[in-house]
Ligand binder design. Structure first.
Ligand SMILES: C[S@@+](CC[C@H](N)C(=O)[O-])C[C@H]1O[C@@H](n2cnc3c(N)ncnc32)[C@H](O)[C@@H]1O
Length: 312
């Protein structure tokens, strides 16, 4: 197995843009749902006043181990190792629900996670097929690949990877695993590239995306997060979501339009009943990284930021 030196750095994406939209009151309470290496948290803390506070979530034990020292010693900061989909859990919500005025999530994986072969996120590095954000619990990519039925594999490749030939990919995997279990990222990448599918990008890219989404239940967690975030945030509070692929972005876009739009028939009424009034408003159109940001940090190229505000 090739050893690749793991980097511990992550360059925050759409940093200024997201934080400028997020902060509306320097003495309010904020949540960074995806601490990673703390890039966004750092700028939030720099902008907050002495009565502001920041609660940072991350599932990854490595994120907790690598919390920036200056954050640990900042009394306005608290780290919670948990999923952002659980922000409204009783255990935590009483700490911040009184004046929660901004929530940011920067979805997906951090550079240290991609670059650490042991985490199994990248087909360019040889490591065990893990892919769990929280690698202390739950099923891994190895479990999914070696135990899911053909139909289950087809479904995730199609829905989460938008893989062009999901059935052929699943059949190839099943054929291989009948001989021996698929254990490493390189093994899987080799099985996939041995196929002559007409992929525009490396054949492993979409399959790895599908496995990661399945292992971490990413789309369901995002849906649950949006619902809970809207419940718990104060009126006037803003939710900023940075996503990295169209499946995530579609969920966010749909959520905003479902809660911002009014049924056309109701518009004929003189006064809208409370239950039918829009709950959110879009704060800005979709924001993408500038050419300069993409040049300096190619990993930012697929990022998209959406910002919306709770109005009722
Ligand atoms: C793109 S990185 C965030 C980087 C961070 N903004 C920074 O500047 O360092 C995404 C992080 O979200 C975490 N994550 C992914 N899904 C999560 C979830 N459902 N709940 C909490 N953390 C999650 C990952 O472990 C990863 O550390």
């Amino acid at each position: 197995m090739t050893k690749v030196k793991a980097s511990n750095q992550h360059i925050p994406v759409l940093l200024e843009e997201s934080i400028n939209y997020l902060i509306t009151d320097i003495n309010g309470i904020y949540i960074d749902g995806t601490y990673g290496r703390g890039g966004h948290s750092d700028l939030i803390l720099k902008k907050l006043g002495e009565n502001g506070s920041l609660f940072a979530f991350d599932k990854d034990p490595d994120a907790e181990k690598n919390i920036q020292k200056k954050h640990l010693s900042d009394i306005r900061f608290e780290f919670i190792r948990a999923g952002f989909e659980n922000i409204n859990d009783k255990k935590n919500n009483e700490k911040y629900s009184s004046n929660l005025i901004g929530i940011l999530v920067d979805l997906g994986i951090s550079s240290p996670q991609i670059d650490n072969a042991l985490r199994g996120f990248s087909f360019q590095r040889d490591g065990e097929l893990d892919m769990r954000f929280d690698n202390t619990q739950g099923k891994s990519a190895f479990d999914v690949l070696n135990n899911y039925s053909k139909e289950q594999l087809i479904k995730i490749f199609k829905e989460y990877g938008e893989v062009e030939s999901p059935r052929r990919v699943a059949e190839k995997i099943i054929l291989h695993r009948e001989k021996s279990q698929i254990k490493t990222t390189k093994e899987l990448a080799n099985i996939l590239s041995a196929n002559h599918f007409r992929f525009k990008i490396h054949p492993a890219t979409k399959v790895f995306q599908a496995l990661r989404i399945e292992v971490n239940d990413e789309l369901n967690n995002l849906t649950k997060f949006l619902k809970e975030a809207l419940e718990i945030i104060s009126i006037g509070g803003r939710i900023c979501v940075i996503s990295f692929h169209s499946l995530e972005d579609r969920i966010v876009k749909k959520f905003i339009s479902e809660h911002a739009n009014i049924n056309k028939e109701l518009l004929q009424l003189r006064e809208l009943p409370k239950n039918f009034q829009p709950k959110v408003k879009k704060v800005t159109n979709l924001i993408r990284p500038s050419d300069i940001e993409i040049k300096n940090n190619p990993r930012s190229r697929s990022a998209r930021l959406r910002v919306f505000e709770k109005v009722a």
